[in-house]
Design a protein around this ligand. Structure first.
Ligand code: ADP
Ligand code: MG
Length: 679
């Protein structure tokens, strides 16, 4: 495939080019892979009188009149007829050019659903074409392309037809490889999908499991894998500090811990230790369910960097979480002589900025929020950047932290477990370590679903629990539309619980509190001075208070599954039997009902994630901010999971054995979009 051929721009008028660009069509090559959304059968004409209502049909009619009416709303009404009967065509939006085509005496083929209107049969917004008297019927199905306002399907069809005739359809899969994968050739597949041969069933094409569709989906997934894999290999060409421990700091930390490390933690540590000692930057994702013990693994990685004479930075997405990490890491490391610093909030005043920047320059471990990546914060020797709850950060923020040093190693952590096929797409440019074992002695969390009307029972349960010396979280309903309303609800809940729970200490924490106010509340809760903590989802991630054994979530039906799982993970962290009470208000929608059922039945984060993917689809799942956002148009990560596995292996082989084919493949399927993939 010739490079210039692939990148040749589409030849068309400027106006047309503008419209094409709107739907991502810039190059001739883009046209070839712009595939139909669906197909319509225009090979047959149905007499008006015999058109079944509610089914798409094509009629051929003569226009009797065409007028624009203004009541009850602006519309163009066309009366037309064939030998069998009359039909009204109605358009609520139209162009002058369309009006002209519909003048009296015009012969039309109109395609759409016939319904019964006031004046008998009618079609609303049919697709139509003016034809000559003896125009033959097409013999093939009509592809309907994704389009934009003012760009007619027939125009796209014409452009694509031309591109198919002259464009480069050479196969980027070598024949033997293609055959071993049992996939049809590319040219054949594209031609089939753009112009299905006579006799092909519409249903077969719509099902999208035809071999031609499989080929297209495979190519698309392969492009994604090639791109991610190439980014992964390119990283190995960059230099990074070699972090080899020069003393026994890590071992001393382990000795000091009140617990022994789990097998999974030891394995993860060993992998990370190996990476840090390499001369190229680590980019490892440490995945582990809520409570798996990721923090200590990160702390040990930091020890290795510090012991090698470099700095480590630890960034967390919320003040509460960052503060908690700071307290914990300081408690672990300061006794061992490590200088730990705290950076948070926006650094507004110059004095404050200078002071904090100086700390950052000197400290061996700096913990903080995204304040870490602000201008004015400079690290003298950043060797390792740790990002907790990495899915909460955007790509740009993670990059910014990396830029604070010259190619520091990067350790990302996430408690959002994602299914394997998704991980292969989203994280193919990372190395992944999974903590697949929870620390011993965790008591399983009991989950209860309670209807709104039984809120009093829950209040009684809280009282009893506090009498036993435990603490509880009470999470307020999520109100996504309005932060102000959310705040109001939190305050109302707080007031209500104060009244319901006389003699108990009730605290309130929400996103609008100042950082130090938040810290005070959290510290009081951690110290046991607050019995019941009313909170918004600010406590969703990471918060760790082992004596808290009850999580109450109000209006649980409004939360997403991963949020519920995260929130539930705030309890069950100590030796006490813990429970999570989900209060819901009916009537429940279908998705809400499914979600509550899943969270009730499962505690394993991976299983919850897998089911979540099924009800939500991958789009929302990892968030568009992930590096490696796949931008798949045709393949579906869940349904086409087998293709992802296949493509991953092929990508590896192509990059080493057929780099020029790999390049062509990327050009064809991604073109300029590849930059979006790699960030
Ligand atoms: P997460 O993976 O959710 O970030 P944390 O690192 O916050 O989990 O750990 C959860 C709790 O488990 C903390 O209190 C931590 O000190 C404790 N912990 C971590 N590892 C172990 C272990 N091996 N044995 C016992 N407790 C552990
Ligand atoms: Mg954590």
């Amino acid at each position: 495939m010739d490079q210039s051929g692939v990148s040749a721009p589409i030849r068309a008028s400027d106006a047309l080019k503008k419209k094409l660009a709107k739907i991502g069509l810039h190059r001739e090559a883009d046209l070839l892979v712009h595939l139909p959304l669906r197909y319509e059968d225009e090979t047959r004409i149905t007499p008006v009188a015999r058109a079944p209502w509610g089914e798409p049909v094509q009629v051929e009619v003569l226009v009797a009149s065409c007028e624009v009416q203004f009541r009850p709303r602006r519309q163009m009404v066309v009366r037309a007829a064939d030998d069998s009967g009359e039909i009204t065509l109605r358009f609520f939006s139209f162009y002058p050019s369309q009006q002209a085509a519909l003048s009296e005496g015009s012969r039309l083929r109109a395609f759409g659903e016939v319904r019964g209107g006031f004046f008998g049969a009618e079609m609303v917004h049919p697709r139509f074409r003016k034809i000559a008297d003896d125009e033959p019927l097409p013999t093939e199905l009509t592809p309907i392309y994704p389009s934009t306002a003012g760009l007619a399907n027939s125009a796209l069809q014409k452009l694509i037809g031309k591109a198919l005739a002259v464009g480069d359809l050479s196969d980027t899969l070598p024949d033997d490889l293609r055959q071993s994968l049992k996939l049809p050739g590319l040219a054949r597949s594209l031609r089939f999908l753009h112009t299905p041969p006579t006799g092909t069933e519409v249903d077969t094409l719509h099902a999208r499991n035809h071999p031609a569709w499989r080929r297209v989906k495979f190519d698309e997934v392969l492009a994604q894998q090639l791109s991610l894999r190439r980014a992964y290999l390119a990283r190995r060409e960059q230099g990074a500090p070699v972090l080899v421990a020069r003393d026994d700091l890590g071992a001393r930390l382990v000795d000091q811990l009140p617990f022994g490390l789990t097998g999974a933690q030891l394995r993860a540590m060993a992998e990370i230790a190996g990476d840090l000692a390499q001369p190229y930057p680590m980019q490892r994702l440490l995945q582990g369910d809520v409570g798996a013990g990721k923090t200590i693994v990160a702390a040990l990685a930091a020890c290795q960097a510090i012991s090698a004479g470099w700095q480590a930075a630890f960034m967390a997405p919320t003040e509460i979480l960052a503060e908690q990490h700071y307290v914990k890491l300081k408690g672990w490391l300061e006794p061992l002589g490590v200088r730990v610093a705290w950076l948070s909030g926006s650094l507004k005043s110059k004095a404050k900025r200078e002071q904090l920047a100086a700390t950052a320059a000197e400290a061996q471990l700096v913990v903080g929020t995204h304040a870490l990546i602000q201008d004015g914060v400079d690290f003298a020797r950043l060797g390792l950047a740790i990002v907790d709850e990495q899915h909460r950060f955007g790509v740009a923020q993670r990059l910014a932290l990396r830029k604070k040093g010259s190619n520091p190693h990067q350790l990302m952590m996430s408690a959002t477990p994602i299914p394997r096929t998704l991980a292969m797409s989203y994280y193919a440019d990372l190395d992944v370590t999974v903590l697949d074992e929870l620390p011993p002695g965790r008591t399983p969390i009991k989950t209860r679903l309670v209807a709104d009307s039984r809120r009093d029972d829950v209040v009684g349960f809280v009282k009893k629990l506090v009498e036993e010396g435990r603490q509880a979280y009470w999470v307020c309903p999520l109100i996504e539309e309005s932060e102000a309303l959310q705040l109001q609800t939190a305050q109302d809940t707080y007031t209500q619980l104060l009244a319901d729970l006389p003699g108990l200490t009730v605290g309130l924490v929400h996103g609008r509190l100042k950082a130090d106010e938040k810290q005070m509340v959290m510290a009081a809760f951690a110290a046991g001075d607050i019995d019941v903590l009313v909170a918004t989802t600010v406590i969703e991630v990471g918060v760790d208070v082992p004596n808290a054994s009850l999580m109450v979530i109000e209006h649980a039906e409004r939360f997403g599954l991963s949020q519920l799982h995260q929130l539930r993970g705030r309890v069950g962290r100590g030796q006490y039997e813990s429970s999570c009470v989900l209060i819901y208000a009916g009537p429940l929608g279908e998705i809400a009902r499914q979600r509550l059922k899943i969270i009730f039945e499962h505690t394993d984060g991976f299983e919850i994630a897998r089911q979540d993917l099924q009800i939500r689809g991958p789009g929302e799942f990892v968030g568009a901010r992930q590096s490696g956002v796949p931008l798949l148009r045709y393949a579906d990560l869940e349904l086409d999971a087998d293709l992802v596995e296949m493509a991953r292996n092929v990508a590896e082989e192509m990059l080493t054995q057929h780099p020029e084919l790999a390049e062509c493949h990327l050009q064809r399927w991604l073109g300029s979009r590849e930059e979006l993939l790699r960030s």
